[in-house]
Design a protein around this ligand. Structure first.
Ligand SMILES: [Zn+2]
Length: 406
């Protein structure tokens, strides 16, 4: 067990306050800080503070996978840490995106390798042959678009906008209120010729403004407001139209959002802990200056309406541990709450683990070793390390623990 130093990624959509304040650094930070990567991803590995100085977690795992990952994880996932843990802070919306299934990723990776598309090419879609299920747990209010809304409800929304130019599209979905209808409408919108978009978009945005004026607290207020905000950042982007087809979610602190293969999503605003399979495979559908490959996106998208992508945690009875169960075998995330009433918790998880303190101050103990884990700091625990306990320092602390699903 050692302290783990993550890597900050400075994407433009990041926050200049959230991650800096969590790490108790100078606020505002000189650049927007979007993500803190805690993992062994080849593109940006975190570093373990060993007795001999900092060492890349990627190399630490590679040097002794049996000890670091354990035999069970090694057998299941090979000689690599199967998950990537991140702290994420979005001041601005992220791109509209989806991730492939394992079979799609294997096929796409092989196809692009055979075609000789360089791994670092901006038009490369598949960086590795892995799927990328992901779970986000909100650390405060968190806003997102995730999965297609039920077609019936979307017909209600589009009708409420009361835009004559939308009539043929409403009729299309109302005439086929199922996944085929959603596929047809999404495909039509995402591939509209620029001239049609230039005519349609202002009408739709006017419809949003009129709806907000008419019904300031109506059932589609957030949807209309989000479309207007996205259009301001990405004028003329068909992703603005696509946003009207997706579930508009507001998560509270502690709520989770799980996205399996093919679910179209865009994180809009907020701070969270995110865990995913250790992959970089993203297919974008708009709201970004980056590469958008519409045909490839259409191949992987799941057009079934997503009823409820929210994940409520399961408390381990009698402890301050809250487990976020998902179907992904690569990871499980646990939130640990420590306070005066429950100053110490023994971790129930096994396997290669990463702990990150998101609030207050904690200490982590394994065998005879004890490390300070203040807010914004992380620790790496090898699968073969002795039992881990966490202790609060002061009033309360919150720690997230990443591990491989049992
Ligand atoms: Zn994603």
């Amino acid at each position: 067990m050692d302290i783990l130093d993550g890597v900050v990624r400075n994407y433009a959509w990041g926050s200049r306050t959230a991650l800096a304040a969590m790490r108790r650094g100078p606020v505002p930070s000189p650049y927007p800080e979007a993500e803190l990567w805690l993992g062994a991803h080849p593109a940006d590995s975190a570093h373990v503070r060993t007795d001999d100085g900092p060492a890349s977690l990627l190399e630490v795992v590679h040097a002794d996978p049996d000890k670091q990952l354990g035999l069970a994880a090694g057998e299941q996932f090979g000689d690599r840490l199967p998950y990537l843990l991140k702290l994420l802070a979005a001041d601005e919306p992220l791109s509209l995106q989806a991730h492939p299934s394992r079979a799609q990723a294997e096929e796409g990776f092989a196809r692009e390798e055979a075609a000789g598309v360089p791994l670092d090419s901006p038009v490369r879609n598949y960086k590795d042959p892995s799927h990328k299920p992901e779970l986000l747990v909100a650390l405060g209010d968190f806003e997102a678009l995730a999965g297609f809304r039920s077609p019936e409800r979307t017909v209600e929304l589009l009708t409420a906008l009361d835009v004559a130019e939308l009539a043929p599209y409403v009729a299309l979905l109302a005439g086929q209120p199922d996944s085929d209808g959603l596929r047809a409408l999404f495909t039509t919108w995402i591939t509209l010729p620029p001239q049609v978009v230039a005519d349609l978009m202002p009408r739709v945005l006017d419809g949003c403004i009129a709806l907000l004026a008419r019904e300031p607290d109506g059932p589609f207020t957030r949807e209309a407001r989000t479309a207007l905000q996205l259009a301001e950042s990405y004028p003329g982007d068909t992703g603005v139209l696509a946003s009207l087809l997706l579930n508009r979610l507001s998560l509270e602190a502690g709520q989770g959002l799980y996205l399996g293969a093919g679910n179209l999503h865009a994180y809009l605003h907020g701070v969270g802990v995110e865990i995913m399979a250790n992959s970089d495979n993203v297919l974008r559908g708009g709201l970004t200056p980056k590469h958008v490959d519409v045909p490839e996106l259409l191949r992987v998208l799941d057009f079934d309406a997503l009823e409820s992508p929210l994940v409520e945690p399961r408390q381990i009875a009698g402890t301050g541990q809250y487990v976020y169960d998902t179907p992904a075998p690569e990871f499980v995330l646990t939130r640990i709450e420590l306070d005066g009433a429950r100053p110490s918790v023994t971790s129930e998880m096994r396997g290669p683990r990463i702990l990150v303190c998101t609030e207050g101050d904690a200490q982590v103990c394994s065998g005879g070793r004890r490390l300070d884990l203040p807010q914004g700091c992380a620790a790496w625990v090898a699968a073969t390390d002795p039992v881990v306990t966490l202790d609060v320092v002061g009033d309360r602390a919150q720690v997230f623990e990443a591990s491989v699903a049992p």
